[in-house]
Design a binder for this molecule. Structure first.
Ligand code: SF4
Length: 69
């Protein structure tokens, strides 16, 4: 177990890629997201999603951003 990243707001501490579960920082999370064409949860956490269900796809992230401008 490692210390959490000072910038990580991901609440899924069961995820093996969460920085609390290793000492490699954001790398494993970003690698997973890149391979799935997804956006890391820390980016979603910057948005007010109003409880709107979403996946972590590029498309869902773009929709949430555009819905707030
Ligand atoms: S990229 Fe992943 S590990 Fe890094 S801060 Fe964002 S959610 Fe956390």
């Amino acid at each position: 177990m490692s210390l959490p990243s000072p910038v990580c707001t991901c609440g899924d501490t069961n995820c093996p890629f969460n920085p609390v579960n290793h000492n490699q920082g954001c790398g494993p999370c970003i690698l997973k997201n890149l391979s799935l064409r997804e956006i890391p949860s820390c980016f979603f956490n910057l948005l007010d999603d109003h409880g709107i269900p979403h996946q972590y796809s590029f498309e869902d992230f773009a929709k949430l951003v555009l819905s707030q401008h």
